[in-house]
Design a protein around this ligand. Structure first.
Ligand code: FPP
Length: 251
C-alpha cells in the first residue's frame, strides 16, 4: 500500500519530489493592477496562494519549502504596503498555526529579524516555538531577507569567531560559512520557482542556489496554485542535474 504522500505523487505523475523547493512569489502588484485594485489586494490574494502551495507541498511530501515573502530591499516600498504585508503575515501565523500543527509543519523565519516590526516578529516567533518539534516539512519564510545581507552577516560571525579564537582561519570552508547563514541546517534548494515570468534572482539565497534548477512560470503569484506546483515539479523531474560533472551523479 502506498503512503498518502506516495499516492498524491503518483496521481500527480511524480516518481519523487525535490528535497527543497524555494519560491520567489512575484506579481501580486500586477495582478491587482490588472483588476484596477490596490497592490495590497494583490498581496491578500497572494496569501491565499501561499496557503494552497504550502498545503500541496506538504501533501506531496516536500521536506523543505522556502517562500520569499519580503526582501531586505522591500522596506523601500510605501508604508501602507509594508503595513499590509506585515498584517498578512500576522494573519497567516494566527490562522495557519493549527494547520501547521495538524500537518506536522515546522515554521522557520530567515532574514533580518531585528528589522521586522515587533507584532509581526512576535506572531512568527510564537508559531516557530509552537511548531519547533514538527518534522514532516519545514516551511521557511524569508522576511527582510537578502542573500548579500545574509553573507555579510555570516562573514561578520566568522571574523568574530576567528578573533575570539573559536575558529582557525585555516578551517574556514564552505561548511563553516553555511553554518553561519540564516538557513543553517537546511539542505540547499534543488529547485527555485519564480512566478510572473521574470528572469531574475533578486538577492534570493545567493549562496544556497549554486546548483539549483530554475523554473519560471508566467502566471502572476495569486494565480499560482496546487496544479502549477505539480507542473513545476514535473519539469524539474525531467531535468538532468550534473553538478559540474559530465554525467549526473548516481544518487
Ligand atoms: C511580489 O509581488 C510579492 C511580494 C513582495 C510579497 C509576497 C507576499 C505574499 C504572497 C503575501 C503574504 C505572505 C505570507 C507568507 C502570508 P510584487 O508586489 O513585487 O508584484 P509586482 O512585481 O507585480 O509589483
Amino acid at each position: 500500500m502506498p503512503t498518502e504522500e506516495e499516492q498524491h505523487r503518483l496521481n500527480a505523475g511524480l516518481a519523487e519530489v525535490p528535497r527543497h523547493v524555494a519560491v520567489i512569489m512575484d506579481g501580486n502588484g500586477r495582478w491587482a493592477a490588472q483588476r484596477g485594485k490596490p497592490r495590497t489586494w494583490g498581496h491578500q490574494e497572494g496569501a491565499r496562494a501561499v496557503r494552497a502551495v504550502v498545503t500541496r507541498a506538504r501533501e506531496l511530501g516536500v521536506p523543505w519549502l522556502t517562500l520569499y515573502a519580503f526582501s531586505a530591499q522591500n522596506w523601500r516600498r510605501p508604508a501602507d504596503e509594508i503595513n499590509a504585508l506585515m498584517a498578512l503575515l500576522i494573519e497567516f501565523c494566527q490562522k495557519e498555526r493549527q494547520l501547521m500543527m495538524d500537518k506536522d509543519i515546522r515554521l522557520r523565519v530567515i532574514g533580518q529579524r531585528d528589522r521586522i516590526p515587533a507584532p509581526a516578529r512576535f506572531a512568527a516567533e510564537t508559531v516557530e516555538r509552537a511548531t519547533r518539534d514538527n518534522r514532516a516539512m519545514t516551511l521557511q519564510i524569508a522576511l527582510s531577507y537578502g542573500g548579500r545581507e545574509e553573507l555579510v552577516s555570516a562573514a561578520r560571525q566568522l571574523v568574530a569567531d576567528a578573533l575570539a579564537g573559536r575558529i582557525d582561519p585555516e578551517d574556514v570552508d564552505e561548511s563553516a560559512l553555511s553554518a553561519r547563514l540564516w538557513t543553517a541546517g537546511a539542505p540547499d534548494p534543488d529547485l527555485v520557482i519564480r512566478t510572473s515570468g521574470e528572469l531574475r534572482v533578486s538577492n534570493f539565497l545567493l549562496w544556497q542556489i549554486a546548483y539549483a534548477e530554475f523554473v519560471v512560470d508566467p502566471r502572476l503569484w495569486p494565480d499560482f496554485g496546487a496544479a502549477d506546483l505539480d507542473e513545476a515539479l514535473r519539469t524539474f523531474a525531467a531535468r538532468e542535474r550534473r553538478f559540474g560533472a559530465v554525467r549526473a551523479p548516481v544518487r
